[in-house]
Design a protein around this ligand. Structure first.
Ligand SMILES: O=C(O)c1ccccc1NCC(=O)[C@H](O)[C@H](O)COP(=O)(O)O
Length: 216
């Protein structure tokens, strides 16, 4: 039975974490990248973490961080997974001895299969839209046709996903997981439970369709 995992990224409020967990979201992302409008302090992150029930993974997201800062976040918060959204090498990602996602952005000239090779230890490859001006959270999709088959690690599909397009994305790409941020927001960092509920429903409908095809 196929079940696409769902991560919601860029939370800034405990109430959104509580609502997302109640709606069955598997993982919640906290952005530790200061220029982002979704950036959280350690104190804010601690308040959000307190609202997260057991068995929902808290993901700490960084863009080219200092190793000491990552260590501090891991020490202070119940982080279950790291997400590296910059140009971090595989050695850098591995040093914390924690599960991690490596974000790869779909630059026009990217050879994804090649770029993925060093990240054999990653739990997944998070494929996101490329915009030179922003490392993530763009709210824009990329061409899913450009994803090569047979990537060595599970795909977490990101970039401009919302209730209206996520079903098509799952049917076409068949990712292990999906990641949405802007598509469930009313303002940067402020998630809307109804938008999350719509997204979850669309994901489950796509899963049901794929499962019925597998059964045939
Ligand atoms: O959310 C941000 O502001 C952000 C800033 C810098 C790096 C990553 C960031 N967000 C990552 C995500 O929210 C998602 O993993 C992904 O980029 C999808 O975002 P969206 O297109 O908004 O759904």
């Amino acid at each position: 039975m196929l079940r696409t995992r769902i991560k919601i990224c860029g939370l800034t409020r405990p109430c959104d974490a509580e609502a997302a967990a109640a709606l069955g979201i598997d993982a919640l992302g906290l952005v530790f990248y200061n220029p982002s409008p979704r950036s959280v302090s350690l104190a804010q992150a601690a308040d959000i973490a307190a609202a997260v029930p057991p068995f929902v993974t808290l993901v700490a997201l960084f863009v080219n961080p200092e190793a000491q800062f990552v260590e501090r976040v891991i020490e202070k918060l119940p982080i279950g997974m790291l997400q590296f959204h910059g140009d971090e090498s595989s050695n850098f990602c591995e040093q914390f001895r924690m599960p991690y996602l490596k974000a790869l952005r779909m630059r026009p000239d990217v050879d994804l299969a090649q770029e993925a090779i060093p990240y054999r230890s990653a739990s997944g490859l998070l494929l996101d839209t490329y915009r030179p001006e922003a490392p993530g959270g763009t709210g824009e999709t990329f061409s899913w046709d450009a994803i090569p088959p047979g990537l060595t690690r599970p795909v977490v599909l990101a970039g401009g996903l919302h209730a209206g397009n996520i079903g098509q994305a799952i049917t076409q790409v068949r990712p292990a997981a999906v990641d949405a941020s802007t598509g469930v927001e009313v303002a940067p960092g402020e998630k809307d439970p109804r938008m999350i509920a719509g997204l979850v429903q669309a994901v489950r409908e796509a899963d049901d369709q794929l499962n019925s095809e597998i059964d045939e």
